[in-house]
Design a protein around this ligand. Structure first.
Ligand SMILES: [Zn+2]
Length: 138
């Protein structure tokens, strides 16, 4: 296992602002699903480390970072990820790997989002509102 629930709750903003970003049991359950069903299979296929910049965000933290009010991050269902080099080329490779896995039915996601020309990749588990949506935010 490369990913931990703990790592998906870490936040520099939360630390700086003294926000307690401890997950509820339900959130923890979602984070475990996110790791098991999406992040770990993607990591194994990609074959390189994946950095998580943001996972779970409690309401206070979500507001502090300007997250959407209905964001899946609020439920521990989403992660913002990138490559170690953090270049457009490598982040696009990560996105394309996830996209191919969705196309090949190796993973089922809620959303896969190319955020601001591969600045980072948002990926989530499915819920009532999201299933295998592949989009770009510019
Ligand atoms: Zn996100």
């Amino acid at each position: 296992m490369n990913f931990t629930v703990n790592e998906l709750c870490k936040s520099k903003t939360a630390t700086r602002k003294g926000i307690n970003n401890t997950p509820t049991p339900k959130v923890k359950e979602n984070l475990e699903k996110l790791i098991k069903n999406v992040l770990q299979p993607l990591r194994d296929k990609f074959g390189e480390p994946i950095i998580v910049d943001s996972g779970y965000r409690c309401p206070k933290l979500n507001t502090a970072v300007g997250g959407a009010k209905t964001s899946q991050h609020l439920y521990g269902q989403a992660a913002d990820i990138r490559t170690v080099s953090d270049t457009v080329t490598d982040n696009k490779r990560l996105f394309d790997t996830a996209k191919k896995m969705i196309d090949d039915k190796e993973i089922i996601v809620g959303q896969l989002i190319n955020e601001y020309n591969y600045n980072w990749v948002h990926i989530s588990i499915p819920d009532e509102r999201h299933k295998n949506q592949i989009i770009a935010i510019k």
